[in-house]
Design a protein around this ligand. Structure first.
Ligand code: ATP
Ligand code: MG
Ligand code: FE
Length: 345
């Protein structure tokens, strides 16, 4: 079955074709990052308009790359939420329109289930069950995954997501949006011994996270340096390093706990922050100690993309799931734990 996947939940237009026998056939992405950069964050109305402009040409580009005609597609899947409602509706209405025209099944997919399945696009995909660390711009969650749609939430952020904390810290440091990669780059030249930032909520049991205090801590540190006349390039790098170390350390401590609590030996990480090199290194080291294994997608499939949506949707289509014709879904808030396993699995 050849499935066209469409992702338009935020500021990336992603399209891919996934073949359930052969794997990923072709994919393409148009990022709106440059357009939103001058506002320091995503402007929802601009995002929707740009998806409208980019989506159809991107679908044609992916069909061309795959050497396929539209009528050779067997199904269409799209991100139905969570995300910006206007942006979601562009993907949802396009998917439903195409499915009606081609007379093929169509299915709305959960964006975080897409992120969760992204490591399965790689050569050594993880087997169920596993612990998943979902760390993106809008989510920080630890989930026990027993199969597709069989999720138990172990813990989550009570305030900001880890990616959001990276983005806000970048802003304070005068770096470009999105901030994660920029903060990581600056942290490279930082001295890890100069400042030590708190590891929030690690001194008590449980698997929840909190990152908003860390952001305030960063702001205070920067203000104090400025007042002392010491806020030079090195000090900025030292702050970036201290912030990154604190976030990574916090995530690692909770992952370790989640593996111990569940007794599982596989840890999957996904979402934009899983592209962070320091986090990958530290988690790999921790996993080694426990004879566990860490799985993550290649860099470009950590952030939003069409391939993860095509793959996640394909799994559910194979189990017989589909949208009712004419009833597109666009769900801005949609907790992942409310998802169900496809019937018959
Ligand atoms: P969600 O998936 O929760 O709806 P989103 O789709 O906006 O949110 P993603 O595209 O998965 O999130 O990830 C984007 C986030 O990842 C941004 O916050 C960005 O700063 C962060 N990020 C990307 N690369 C890195 C990196 N190397 N280190 C840290 N953070 C990173
Ligand atoms: Mg994005
Ligand atoms: Fe995302």
């Amino acid at each position: 079955m050849r499935v066209l996947g469409i992702e338009t939940s935020c500021d990336e237009t992603g399209v891919a074709i996934y073949d359930t026998e052969q794997g990923l056939v072709a994919d393409a992405l148009y990022s709106q990052v440059a357009m939103h950069a001058e506002y320091g964050g995503v402007v929802p109305e601009l995002a929707s308009r740009d998806h409208t402009r980019r989506l159809l040409p991107l679908i044609q580009q992916v069909l061309d790359a795959a050497g396929m005609r539209r009528d050779e597609l067997d199904a269409i899947v799209y991100t139905a939420g969570p995300g910006l409602v206007g942006a979601l509706m562009v993907g949802a209405s396009t998917a439903h329109g195409m499915a009606r025209a081609l007379n093929v099944p169509v299915l709305g997919v959960h964006h975080m289930e897409g992120h969760l399945m992204a490591p399965m696009l790689e050569d050594c995909p993880p087997e169920f069950p596993f612990v998943a660390l979902l760390v993106s711009g809008g989510h920080t969650q630890l989930v026990e995954v027993r199969g597709i749609g069989r999720y138990r939430l172990l813990g989550e952020s009570v305030d900001d997501a880890a990616g959001e904390a990276f983005d806000k810290t970048a802003k304070m440091l005068g770096l470009a949006y999105p901030g994660g990669p920029e903060v990581a780059r600056l942290a490279e030249s930082g001295d890890p011994g100069r400042f030590r930032f708190p590891r929030p909520m690690t001194d008590r049991p449980g698997l929840d996270f909190s990152f908003s205090g860390l952001k305030t801590h960063t702001l205070t540190a920067l203000r104090q340096l400025e007042q002392a006349g010491e806020l030079d390039d090195q000090a900025r790098a030292d702050v970036a390093r201290a912030f990154e170390e604190a976030v990574v350390d916090t995530l690692v401590i909770k992952c370790r706990r989640a593996l111990d609590d569940t007794g599982l030996k596989r840890l999957v990480m996904a979402g934009g922050v899983s592209a962070n090199e320091r986090l990958r290194e530290r988690l790999a080291r921790e996993a080694d100690k426990r004879k566990a294994r860490v799985y993550y997608p290649r860099g470009r499939f950590c952030t939003d993309n069409g391939a993860m949506i095509a793959l996640a949707g394909a799994q559910r289509l194979l189990a017989g799931e589909r949208d009712e014709i004419g009833f597109m879904k666009a769900v801005p808030r949609w907790p992942m734990e409310t998802l169900k396993a496809p019937t018959g699995t």
